[in-house]
Design a protein around this ligand. Structure first.
Ligand code: NAD
Length: 363
């Protein structure tokens, strides 16, 4: 029996997660796979009900599940709350408590959406990369940290970049394993010319690579990488990097895909994972059937691949999404008035994906 947790959250979270779960249920029901999905409030919705962004019960559900499906959290209603009570705290608590140290963010351009990218067509065409970002270490977590008063009356802000070999080894292994299922190239991104900590990163990744002779490893400094991502995005396969560099580079890479509504993500600890679109709760379009659910649907495909070993289902969803785009279905964020395209809502594009899966099953 497959056990899943569902935290749809706030704003467009329930709309996009709803479509993703419908796609998943269709596949499981069609194939008579036994599963249960336990749902709970999270983020602002949880605060409204329980005065906490995440409850002990929700954490228990997440810990007991094989994988977690997450929508999005946040919104203006909760912005003035103290930081510990804000919806976004739920996301950080889940990542931390489940020790989800590997964040996977694929960025791929669909030929039909090439006009949606701000980059030139010839540059983005064919881009298909995976950023593997370390998620629970590095400068976002290192101690000491804080802002301190100095004796001369100035103040001093401190954050600490720290990585142990164990932390680097485990994220490097994930990158090499993923590369094996792709084009067998890993690029490790660091700032080893200036930062000793990332010199250790480079050495450790290189050590790990000895166990993966079939995968080609190269290294790049982060400043150069940010340039190459714009200059020749299609040259990248798997990028592995630290928490902060990954945070910045993955947002940069998302621009090749045109819309934030197209980009899924996985946060993993071994097989256990949390799967969510990279976007937020989009309060400006919430409740209007306007949100693009394809990122959430593609996140479920990642869950099938990485947590449930159901690569065939993952591929079926990815192919169905591709076909739906080829067939001209567009939510507003990816609509460009090109001939053969049709502006549709969240529900309609979600249903089109299920229709496509049905067509393929009947072939
Ligand atoms: P956002 O990602 O919610 O929205 C940015 C822009 O992209 C908006 O114009 C929105 O309409 C559009 N957009 C986002 N997702 C879309 C989709 N699926 N389809 C079509 N358009 C889409 O970012 P924001 O506006 O900066 O943040 C809104 C709230 O979400 C804030 O409270 C923020 O803290 C929170 N947030 C949550 C997460 C998360 O839950 N993982 C991530 C980022 C932001």
């Amino acid at each position: 029996m497959i056990k899943l947790a569902l935290f749809a959250g706030d704003g467009i979270g329930p709309e996009v997660a709803g479509e993703a779960v419908d796609v998943l249920k269709f596949l499981f029901d069609y194939s008579s796979i036994r599963y249960e999905i336990e749902e709970d409030l999270i983020g602002g919705a949880s605060y409204d009900e329980y005065k906490k962004p995440v409850t002990e019960r929700a954490l228990k559900i997440a810990k007991e599940a094989d994988a977690v499906i997450f929508g999005a959290v946040g919104g203006p209603r909760w912005e003035s709350l103290p930081i510990e009570l804000r919806p976004e705290k739920a996301l950080l608590t889940l990542r931390y408590d489940l020790e989800l140290y590997a964040n996977l963010r694929p960025a791929k351009i669909y030929e039909e959406l090439i006009d949606a990218s701000p980059l030139k067509k010839d540059i983005v065409r064919g881009t298909d990369m995976m950023i593997v970002r370390e998620l629970t270490g590095g400068i976002y977590f290192g101690q000491p940290r804080g802002v301190f008063n100095m004796e001369d009356g100035q103040r001093k802000g401190i954050n600490t970049l720290v990585y142990t070999t164990k932390e680097i080894e485990r994220i490097a292994k994930i990158a090499f394993e993923i590369a094996r299922k792709r084009r067998k190239k890993v690029l490790s991104v660091d700032k080893a010319n200036v930062l000793e900590c990332t010199e250790l990163w480079r050495q450790t990744v290189s050590e790990v690579s000895k166990s993966y002779p079939d995968v080609e490893l190269s290294n790049m400094y982060v400043d150069n990488c940010s340039m190459q991502l714009i200059k020749q995005p299609k040259s990248f396969d798997v990028i592995v990097t630290t928490n902060m560099f990954g945070d910045i580079l993955s947002d940069e890479s998302s621009m090749v895909a045109g819309s934030i509504g197209m980009l899924p993500s996985a946060s993993l600890n071994g097989k256990k994972g949390m799967y969510e679109p990279i976007h937020g709760s989009a309060p400006d379009i919430a409740g209007q059937n306007k949100a693009n659910p394809l990122a959430a649907i593609l996140s479920v495909a990642m869950m099938l691949r990485f947590s449930l070993d159901m690569d065939n289902f993952a591929q079926a969803i990815e192919k169905a999404v591709e076909k739906v785009i080829q067939n001209g279905f567009r939510t507003a964020d990816i609509y460009s008035n090109a001939s053969g395209t049709k502006l549709v809502g969240t529900k309609e594009i979600g249903e089109a994906v299920i229709e496509e899966l049905k067509n393929n099953k009947n072939k």
